[in-house]
Design a protein around this ligand. Structure first.
Ligand code: FMN
Length: 324
């Protein structure tokens, strides 16, 4: 059955489609599904609602993730001598969200190459501490062009502390972690302890939270939020990505710009680390909007030069994301 599906993929596209699977996704859920269409040139891209994130009730992270996937595919294409045309659909039918039909063609010789394409494979999430070295002016300008507001992380200290403490006390947030936490370091999706830089105390607290459904201890909540926040505010910059509104089209566009921002950061030799809980919590999202002057903030992340390489994240195989 799986073998039959992989036979429907044009052999010239296997390298590109496999490379696109390295795209980032919230909780490394990899909710994309690819349907090869007859003729061997086009594919439908779907979002799988079975991979739905409970702490993402308005599907914000899902649309951002799918936008990032589409952009990764488009950027990777020129690394394979190909080009991708995206026809957005955004049609919902029951559990399924049909995101786009993509047409993959050979790139014309000498055709223009997106300058970010060559940096795409450098993009990873780095959760290690960052040095104080400031961002280059070129990178700052590029991030602003992509719709990010850059801010001193210290100015967000209170709001990220509040968000972090609230999240550990929120059964939906903890359930989300429970669904995607993997003890098996070779699991093809989800996140592992080393990837998140969990120590023994973290793992114990996580198990306790999974057992109770929440942390329910002001002391432990404070301990964990203090650590998260300390790393956040020590970074030289934080970015808040703006969207026009929360409609699927705007969020998908924001996801494409988010991916371009993260690739630009990697290309300039810096790292980034999202801090989504401040936006997931409605009350703190409003405060982020007020503090940054961004009416619709959809992503928050720290940026800087990482002091260490990150522990890698796994991916599903191409045959695991193909559908009929
Ligand atoms: C929309 C979105 C939101 C994310 N939010 C967080 C977050 O709040 N905290 C975090 O540590 N990583 C976050 N991530 C990063 C993912 O966990 C990461 O992309 C995934 O584990 C794959 O790892 P990689 O980015 O190193 O390839 C987010 C990624 C996306 C696309």
């Amino acid at each position: 059955m799986l073998k039959d599906l992989i036979r429907k993929v044009n052999p010239e596209h296997i390298g590109l489609l496999t490379a696109a699977l390295r795209s980032p996704s919230a909780h490394n859920a990899q909710p994309w599904k690819i349907k090869p269409l007859p003729g061997g040139h086009s594919y439908e891209i779907h979002y799988d609602h079975n991979d739905y994130l409970p702490e993402d009730p308005d599907d914000r992270d899902a649309y951002l993730t799918m936008g990032a996937f589409i952009e990764t595919l488009a950027l990777e294409a020129s690394n394979f001598g190909l080009k991708v045309d995206v026809d957005l659909k955004l049609e919902r039918s029951g559990d399924d969200l049909y995101i786009a039909e993509v047409l993959i063609e050979k790139a014309a010789p000498g055709s223009e190459v997106d300058p970010l394409s060559k940096f795409i494979s450098k993009r990873v999430t780095n959760r290690n501490p960052y040095s104080k070295e400031p961002l280059s002016l070129e990178l700052e300008a590029e991030l602003k062009k992509l719709g990010n507001i850059l801010i001193e992380p210290r100015l967000l200290k209170e709001v990220v502390t509040e968000a972090s403490m609230k999240s550990w006390n929120n059964p939906r947030f903890v359930r989300d972690l429970y669904v995607w936490y993997r003890k098996d370091l070779t699991a093809p999706d989800g996140f592992t302890g080393p990837q998140m830089r969990f120590d023994i105390l973290d793992t114990l607290a996580l198990r306790f939270a999974f057992w109770r459904g929440q942390l329910k201890s002001k002391f432990v909540e404070k301990l964990y939020s203090t650590r998260d926040v300390a790393m956040f505010i020590a970074a030289p910059k934080a970015a808040v990505l703006a969207a026009n509104d929360m409609s699927p089209g705007s969020l998908l566009d924001a996801g494409r710009r988010l991916l371009r921002s993260w690739v630009a950061i990697a290309g300039a030799g810096y790292s980034c680390h999202p801090f989504s809980i401040a936006i997931d919590e409605k009350s703190t999202a409003l405060k982020v909007a007020e503090l940054t002057g961004v009416p619709v903030p959809v992503a928050l992340y720290r940026i800087g030069k990482a002091t260490k390489q990150p522990y890698g994240s796994n991916r599903k195989k191409l045959e695991d994301v193909l559908i009929n």
